[in-house]
Write a protein that binds this ligand. Structure first.
Ligand code: HMG
Ligand code: MG
Length: 319
């Protein structure tokens, strides 16, 4: 049976406070970001990406990364991470006690230039000043490869680009490469094809997947990755997310959608779904709009129905 190959446990890598809030028109106050990270820390999530140490001119929404990193209540057993594009970002991350950072680049040249103002080769060169120095300090370094399954500027992207970058990044010393469907155009068949190729060159335990849910395929794509031996999936609470330098990029796979599906199949995540839903409601109130998570909508709908039933029953009893 196809799904006999599912892992017993999946690591859910929460990227909402970073990937989510970087794309919001409304700037979320620092104290609210801290409250969101602290609430997420209490759900059992093992990894939380809290912000980015990038240029505030490029991502003004996350200009308070240092304050956030300095003020969150770090919970033992939870790994906190942040994006860094260069040595300046790494130095800032070190100054506020980050134990894990993530470098990022794209599988397509044009998106890479739009996102970090450099070509792919030059970006890899700049990583030399980040990955080695970080790992020699005992930090863990993750890497993202964006636009693996499609680029907003170039369209289709060759799987060979992801293969080459995954191998190069692993050789540099990153512990995991997260393959990103930045604009949410991947389908399960393509995911199988690309991952099968990548996994001939790097082991599955060093690969994660990062699906945006623009066209509703993120969960299906995750299922394919899990059956191929991948055990880390990125997700954002409530389905927050998007890349400001990728037109059309919508939110990430919603964390609670993934966790609820995995739990219903007997796959453990260590995450308390009720607490996660509370985080989603908090995120929604902080950004002032409804979030796309399906599980959240179903959960809120069920609660409203139960409330109405109770009110009717009380009304009938009292009348
Ligand atoms: P640049 O303009 O080429 O760099 O930007 P620069 O070295 O000329 O510096 C420009 C200014 O930024 C200078 O300040 C620097 O000091 C400052 P000025 O002298 O003009 O006042 N600066 C910094 N400030 C704070 N922290 C730093 C830093 N570095 C330089 N680390 C740069 C190059 C890489 C800095 C810029 O392009 C940048 O910050 N880009 C970030 C883009 C970004 O964060 N995009 C979203 C994340 S990627 C994503 O969402 C995809 C992902 O989710 C996966 C997926 O979905 O596929 C990960
Ligand atoms: Mg993303």
């Amino acid at each position: 049976m196809l799904f006999d190959k599912l892992p017993d446990r999946v690591t859910v890598y929460e990227v909402g406070p970073r990937d989510g809030l970087q794309n919001e028109a409304r700037k979320v106050p620092t104290a609210d970001k801290i409250a969101l990270v602290d609430a997420l820390s209490d759900t059992g999530l093992p990894c939380i990406e809290i912000s980015s140490f990038v240029s505030p001119k490029w991502i003004p929404q996350l200009a308070d990364a240092k304050e956030v990193a300095s003020s969150i209540a770090r919970r033992p057993g939870v790994r906190y991470s942040a994006l860094v594009p260069n040595r300046r970002g790494l130095d800032d991350a070190v100054s506020v006690g980050m134990g894990e950072v993530a470098v990022f680049l794209s599988a397509s040249e044009t998106h890479n230039k739009r996102n970090v103002n450099k070509g792919i080769a030059e970006t890899l060169e700049a990583f030399d000043k980040v990955v080695g120095p970080a790992t020699s300090r005992g930090m863990r370094v993750r890497a993202y490869v964006s636009t693996v399954f499609g680029c907003p500027f170039e369209g289709e992207v060759s799987a060979e680009s992801a293969v080459h970058l995954a191998k190069t990044l692993r050789a540099m010393g990153v512990y995991q490469v997260s393959l990103g469907d930045t604009i949410g155009v991947a389908n399960p068949q393509q995911v199988e094809r690309v991952l099968a190729r990548v996994l001939t060159e790097v082991p599955a335990e060093t690969v994660a997947v990062h699906f945006h849910d623009t066209q509703g395929t993120a969960l299906a794509n995750c299922m394919v990755a899990l059956t191929l031996g991948i055990t880390t999936i990125d997700a954002a609470v409530g389905g927050l997310g998007g890349c400001p330098y990728a037109p059309g990029a919508a939110g990430n796979l919603a964390t609670e959608d993934a966790v609820s599906m995995l739990h219903s199949m007997g796959v453990d995540t260590g995450v308390d779904l009720e607490k996660l839903v509370d985080c989603s409601r908090l995120a929604s109130s902080l950004i002032g709009r409804d979030l796309p998570s399906k599980y959240l909508k179903a959960h809120l709908g069920k609660q409203a129905r139960e409330r109405r039933q109770k009110e009717r029953a009380e009304g009938a009893g009292g009348g």
